[in-house]
Structures are given as C-alpha cells and as structure tokens.
Design a protein around this ligand. Sequence first.
Ligand code: GLN
Length: 352
Amino acid sequence: MFRRAIKRRTLIALVVVTTFVSAWPSPLDPRTSPVAPTHAQVEAAVREAYDRFKNETAGKNADYIPYLASVDPKLFGIAIVTTDNRSLTEGDVNYSFSIQSISKVFSQALAIDELGADKVFEKVGSEPTGRAFNSVLAVADMPSHTGNPYVNAGAIATVSLISARNPDEKWNKILGFYSRFAGEKLSLIDQVYKSEAATNTGNKALSMLLAKYDRIYADPFESVDVYTKQCSVGVNVTQLARMGATLANNGKNPATGEQVIKAEDVPYILSTMTMAGLYDGSGGWAWHVGIPAKSGVGGGIVAVVPGKGAIAVFAPPLDEAGNSVKAQKVIEYVARKLNYNLFSPRSVGLKN
Ligand code: GLN
C-alpha cells in the first residue's frame, strides 16, 4: 500500500518535471541547435532584409513556360520555420507559386527513402555540371550521363526510379510525400501544368537522350509527364520553409512531429543541395552564402540551416542562371546576420 503510494507520487512528479522541461525552451533544447539565434534576432534580420530589398527590380520572370511570364514580378514573400517550430513571415505569404525545380529535392528524398542512398547515387549521381539546368551537352559529356538529381536530366531519371504500378499512382505518391514535408496537403496548379506540358519538348528530348545511355528506368515520356506535374505543385513560402525545416530537423517535420525521412538520409540531400542547388550559380552561392539551398524558375528558393531551420523566399524575377535575384539577396543578408554560413566556425558557436 505504502509502496504503491510512493510509486504513484514518483510517477506524478516525473510527469510534472517532464512536461515542465519539454515546454520550457532552454539553450540545451534538443529540438534546436544550442547556437541557434534567438527569435528576436531572426525577426530583426528578416524585417531588415525585407525592407532593404523590397524595391529591388533586377532580373526577369522565366518566360519559356508561358504561365510564369504572367506572374506579378512584384510579389515578394519571406518565411522562416525553425526546428523548434517557430515561424516568422513577411510580405506576400499566402500566394501559392509553382515549386518548379525545388521539387527535385523532395523526389530525390523519396527515391533515397525507397531505394537507399547508394542505389540513387549509382543510378543518378551527384556531380555538379557547371552548365544550365536543362543542358543537353551536360548529359552527353558527363561520364554519369545524368549529372545530379537537380538538373532536369537527373531529376527526370530520379522520377523514373520511384516505384509505382502506373504514372497516376507515382504522381499521387510524390504529391503525398511532398505534403508530409509541408505538413499540409499540397496540390497541383493546373494552369502551370498545362502551360509547361504544352512547351516541354526540351525535357522530352533529354528523356530520349537518357534512354540512349540507359540512364532512365521507366517509360521516358511518362517520366517527363510526372516530372512536369511535380514542378507544378503549388506552395506558399511558409509551406516551403516547413519542407526545408523538416530537412534541417533530421527529417522530422517540426510542425507535425512526423519523421518523414530517416535522419541518416538528410546529409546526402543537403550535400547535393550545396553542390548543385542553384544550377550553374552553385559555386558562387557556396562562396557568398554557404548554406544548402535549392531554387526554382517559379521564383522560389529554400535554404536549409541544419539544426536551426529553413528560410524560403519567393520573388519571380530571375538572374541568368534561373535563380530569383531578390531571394538570393535576402537569404545572403539573413545568413550573414545570423551566422548561418556552414563553412564558418561561427555557425557552430566559435567566437573570436
Ligand atoms: N519545370 C522546369 C523545367 O523543367 C523546372 C526548371 C527549374 O525550375 N529550373 O524546365
């Protein structure tokens, strides 16, 4: 009787202590890096970046996909989601834009989840091409004949690796997987899909070239069609930041608590993002900013800061390589303010 009472009291005390500790953000909170900036620092950096770059007009909307040329070039939104699930937004945060090439990250994640990293590396590779994202020459010249999962050829090959009985099943699997990263149900922007499907002869040509080199693992045109759909998925900046924050958080969605991919798969993805996330602008990005990131011709960029969180920016005008001009500037500014550059010892707390 007496023993049982003690046990019960110990149990209650334990529950109280655990609840208290887990609700109390401490510098040793395992949900975030001990050297992560404070919420106030993050907020100040985002507000400053927004004000500083809101009137920037350099760059031009993508126009090879007719729909993208018609998007308002003044749209501008920023979101940060941290690994301890705080979020901060500024500007046009409810606008849903097409994810475009940023989707390639999450299809690579799905392929790795299904087949294992070694197989994906063997079948697709992870070698920067130094050429444009839709380069035919890169496919012909590179020994891997795919480059990496973030150029169109490698992305189409990646889609072809994902298992399904038919293209519809594959598409639904991909969309469902992206939604688990976003923590919300995502959907296709039909007009983007139609506009791109009517003009994607270059991607079809790439798929045929892959077939010539035995580097596509399902029907080439069906793979291009599913790829075109994945590029047409709509996201707002918060959803995109949450997708990135899931990678920053060891593959566990900080909002839903779901372990979407295995923690040990995250470094493969972030290393590819570092080497090839901004196409032929990746070297300059690593030099100036030093965070794994991925851009899309829709105007979005997501940058992932391991153990801290992710920042997503949307602004349609692009530079020559197809990367949003404003998004790059904002992320570079915020990264400098908050010591996010992974190549800097300051990012892990070394001060001098
Ligand atoms: N859907 C686009 C294409 O295939 C994606 C390109 C991109 O965002 N860089 O051309």
